[in-house]
Design a protein around this ligand. Structure first.
Ligand code: GAL
Length: 958
């Protein structure tokens, strides 16, 4: 019966129309057909990018990043919700402060973005446990299945998160437009589980269409489960054609052509995760990942996908990567930075990839016929076989979209041709050139505002009706030829205001010929149409344009570093913009005569409290725009890091240390699918210690025959453990690892084998109490990528321990108490962490003065200093911490900023030397405390010197 009901429900939900529960004035309807999503019947091309709020623990900066998304022409943001981030223990959930996702969803709406909500329960994302809280490892039942144990646990999460998402749906006036169930669910799949996630969502008030993202180009879940239990309404596909080998940025589609498959006839093509960066698999550094997935890749692969598949739903992974602060990283693939080589860097700076997203995103937003196209035989034939074309057309308007690229997709040279183009308005011969690895989407037969574009071999970036005329921005590769033909009923007057453009009129066609070079400006008036200002530039020049909407219509701005929004009041255009010294040009409707640039949060909200503004003196140009010059930001002075104090710790190593309050590690059974190698069970998670370092103390009465201690710890990749006996340091060993495939205990991922620690002569006390102390790093939890349960549930901490058969009584201690503010992933179990040495209020006056570069002895040594910042008001200066010197494999450093664990350095944990200190955690106008916890495996010089640096400096900011 239950099954029948779910089938009926699934059938009901796969109908193409979702009628929203009405709420007066705000409710909207989300529907779809084979072409696109629709909101209240209006087609949209969904242009989304991924953002992880949990990788940016600063609510104000959420606004900054989301406004930057919107400013690049994205109309949506895709959000994973991390279960682990919110739940330190079963039944305990926190949605406050940096975990306030209500605020996140409000901010998305204020930024003008739709939201694809992705609460998992499993999310992957190179995050610890793939988003699963580590306490789930102790719960019976296979993860990602309908088995009891896991079922109750994931339902608990969904019961908490779904109502939050539900109250922010488009159907209730909010931003959430899609709900993503699970993540790349494949291999060990369970239809009842997929169905239950959706049933829970519907019961929790989710009314928008439900989607899922299939892995690996061939929809595994959705191809098997297109209908029936578990089927979603709009399945999508993930594509990562460039792979993740950032050390080899010259690669070109090693993982395929990246054409997103159409999974069903009744739904739009949905590129649910399309590659927009990469994890840094070979530790090459994220700049190389940005190169691997740079503008050339974007131009070729994204445009191919658009025209070859007709996709109208895109979500790019990642738009902004952020930071694996605390113990957020899944240990096998990533280190502290999750910059991802994304278009917006970890320090929130814009890159050439951002420019390319803007060119493409503005196009998708401005040219409405793109939302409904059918594939058709190309109407544009090149006279050079080195070039090839493919095409789509809108069946209602006839508008044609022609993709031009090299016939040899890997060709890197320039190829030119004349296109013989049978366009809706006539037949045209127009020049085209494709340089490098590139592709162009050209348009013909398009009603561009009040104009008729017959054909163009420039690409359209955007166009807007401003003050009774059309302003259009077209572009092409620098130096390449272009031609644009517009239709008029009589000969118009053409004024070339700037650049070398040849104009000829005949038979209703105004033909303009030019080379893309700098920025040409052409004013066309008369001819039976309203005036047109054409701005035709090379790629780089058009990247300087921004578009924003005001109540009085759109405005275009050229020259600012960013335009968040604009308002028009009387004759004043107020821009919420980031600026440096330079030209600013504003195309706004009359009566605009004056330009102001607002500074800070109030400016971006277009009113309210005034955070100050710059008046820009402007003059009117021949183009009808307002031109002025913006001020240079004031220099930002950053203090030197001095006055360091130090204190060694690890009293736990001493035999007399009082561990009577520690948890007795005496379990003889476990829910783990990995049987213990020795008893008692010593898995840290079984005793409630899930994140960061964990200590063990083992007490035994020696017989005198013991010669060595055999230990075996599983730490996750790049982890280690340190061992003492009766207060004497015996040495360290590498912890067990797990690569991202295979079994946990057998080759190719063997456990590390016992670490063998010989007992030095004279150290053992026969017939008396002896104490082993072990400090084990826990680098984070494996993901459950292929839903095999085993890798995720791989234990952390000691998995075997023996002292020649002598009984040992173990105690364990990890994180002490909850840190409500910073959440479950920030603080581990070092002595200094348990006693608050990382916290800003801690008094370190009694500590010895010493800089971090001083020689270290094995064990744990802390360093602290504080510094005062007073960054210029009304500016955005992202600050970072830089380690000079060499990152030794013999030490590993936890970096705490005002008590927040913002990263790990050294210990062979990635190539990173610079760590972002995000505003919000960083007090930009006050005192800050830095604390370093340095664990050394052997005598070694400490890390240093350390300095603060600015990633950038603009006027404006969030
Ligand atoms: C996808 C997955 C994402 C992320 C990405 C690689 O397969 O859905 O969560 O892991 O790969 O960065």
């Amino acid at each position: 019966m239950r099954r029948l009901l779910s089938v009926l429900l699934a059938l009901l939900l796969t109908c193409a129309t979702i009628v929203a529960p009405a709420r007066a004035g705000t409710a909207r309807e989300v529907t779809y057909d084979q072409y696109s999503l629709m909101v209240d019947g209006r087609r949209i091309v969904l242009q989304s990018a991924e953002f992880h709020y949990f990788r940016l623990p600063s609510q104000e900066l959420w606004r900054d990043v989301l406004e930057k998304f919107r400013a690049a022409g994205f109309n949506a943001v895709s959000l994973y919700f991390s279960w682990a981030y919110h739940s330190p223990a079963p039944g305990v959930y926190d949605f406050t402060g940096v975990r306030d996702v209500d605020r996140l969803l409000r901010t998305a709406r204020e930024a003008g973005l739709y939201v694809i909500a992705r609460p998992g329960p499993y999310i992957n994302a190179e995050s610890t446990g793939g988003g699963f809280p580590a306490w789930l490892k102790t719960v019976p039942g296979r993860g990602r299945s309908f088995e009891p144990g896991y079922r109750e646990a994931y339902r608990e999460w969904l019961h908490r998160i779904n109502p939050i998402i539900a109250r922010h749906q488009v159907t209730d006036g909010g931003p959430v437009i899609l709900y993503n169930a699970e993540n790349e669910y494949q291999v060990n799949t369970d239809a009842a589980y997929m169905q239950d996630i959706q049933d829970q969502a519907r019961a929790g008030g989710i009314t928008v269409p439900i989607t899922t993202n299939d892995c690996c180009d061939a929809g595994s879940w959705s191809s098997t489960w297109a209908t029936g239990p578990g089927a979603v309404q709009i399945p999508g596909v993930d594509d990562y054609p460039q792979s993740f080998e950032c050390a080899n940025p010259g690669l070109w589609g090693p993982w395929g052509e990246g054409l997103t498959e159409k999974l069903r006839d009744d739904i739009p093509v949905f590129a649910a995760e399309y590659q927009a960066g990469a994890i840094d698999v070979g530790d090459a550094g994220y700049d190389r990942c940005r190169e691997l997935t740079g503008p050339a890749f974007m131009k070729f692969f994204y445009k191919n996908n658009l025209i070859q598949t007709g996709a109208t739903m895109f979500s790019y992974y990642m738009g902004y990567g952020g930071t694996n602060w605390g113990w957020l990283a899944q240990p096998n693939d990533v280190y502290t930075s999750y910059d991802y080589g994304a278009p917006i860097t970890e320090a929130r700076r814009l890159t050439p990839k951002y420019d390319e997203f803007k060119r493409q995103g503005y196009f998708l937003e401005a040219v409405a016929p793109l939302a409904k196209t059918d594939a058709r035989t190309s109407p544009a034939i090149p006279d050079n076989a080195a070039l090839t074309t493919a095409a789509r057309a809108n069946p209602d308007t006839g508008t044609q979209f022609v993709l031009v690229g090299h016939a040899d997709r890997a060709a890197t040279g320039a190829d030119s041709a004349t296109l013989d183009w049978a366009a809706p308005d006539g037949r045209y011969q127009v020049p085209v050139q494709v340089k490098g690895r590139d592709a162009h989407v050209l348009v013909a037969g398009y009603d561009l505002g009040g104009q008729r574009l017959a054909v163009s071999t420039s690409e359209i970036m955007t166009h807007a009706a401003i003050g009774g005329r059309d302003v259009a921005v077209l572009y092409g590769t620098a130096g390449s030829p272009g031609a644009t033909v517009l239709r008029y009923s009589s000969q118009p007057s053409v004024k070339v205001l700037e650049g070398a453009v040849r104009a000829a009129y005949s038979g209703g066609d105004l033909r303009l010929d030019y080379a893309h070079d700098g920025l040409a400006r052409v004013l066309v008036t008369g001819g039976g149409r309203r005036p047109l200002l054409l701005l035709i530039g090379a790629d780089e020049e058009t990247a300087r344009f921004w578009r924003a909407s005001t109540a009085a219509g759109p405005v275009l701005v050229r020259g600012t570093e960013l335009l968040r929004s604009a308002t028009l009041r009387g004759d004043v255009v107020r821009l919420a913009a980031d600026t440096v010294a330079g030209e600013v040009e504003v195309f706004a409707p009359p009566p605009a005569r004056r330009v102001e640039i607002g500074l800070g949060a109030a400016a971006s909200q277009g009113g309210g409290q005034d955070a100050g503004h710059d008046d820009v003196r402007v003059t009117r140009t021949a183009s009808g725009s307002l031109l002025g010059v913006t001020r240079a930001p004031a220099a930002a002075k950053l203090p030197e890091l001095a006055g360091w104090r130090t204190r060694p710790e690890a009293p736990e190593a001493a035999p007399g240390f009082d561990d009577s309050r520690w948890t007795a590690a005496d379990h003889t059974t476990t829910n783990s699918p990995h049987p213990p190698k020795t008893l008692p069970v010593l898995y840290a998670d079984d005793y409630g210690f899930h994140y960061g370092n964990v200590w063990y103390r083992g007490h035994f009465t020696a017989t005198g025959a013991e010669t060595r201690i055999d230990l075996n710890a599983i730490t996750g990749r790049r982890g280690n453990y340190l061992v003492w006996l009766n207060g004497r340091y015996l040495g360290s060993a590498a912890g067990g690892v797990q690569a991202d495939s295979g079994d946990q205990w057998t080759p190719p991922n063997p456990d590390p084998g016992p670490g063998r620690f010989d007992i030095p002569a004279g150290l053992l006390r026969p017939g008396a109490g002896n104490v082993i102390a072990v400090l084990v790093a826990n680098m984070g939890h494996n993901d459950d990528w292929i839903a095999d349960d085993l890798r995720f549930k791989q234990p952390r901490g000691l998995v075997a321990a023996s002292v020649g058969g002598t009984p040992v009584a173990w105690r364990i201690q990890g994180t002490a108490g909850a840190d409500r503010l910073r959440g479950p992933l920030s603080t581990g179990g070092l002595y200094g962490e348990r006693t608050g040495w990382h916290l800003p209020k801690y008094q370190d006056k009694s500590w010895k003065e010493a800089a971090p570069a001083t020689p270290l002895t094995p064990g744990v040594t802390w360093f602290r200093t504080s510094f005062r910042l007073d960054l210029p008001q009304g500016q955005d200066v992202p600050v970072g911490l830089r380690f000079g010197g060499d990152p030794s494999p013999a030490f590993r450093v936890l970096v705490f900023l005002n008590g927040w664990n913002v990263g790990q350095y050294g210990g062979d944990i990635g190539p990173q030397r610079e760590f972002a200190l995000p505003a919000g955690l960083l007090d930009e106008h006050g005192n800050n405390t830095l604390a370093l916890a340095v664990t050394a495996e052997q005598p070694v010089a400490g890390p240093g010197p350390l300095s603060l640096f600015a990633y950038g400096n603009v006027r404006g900011g969030p």
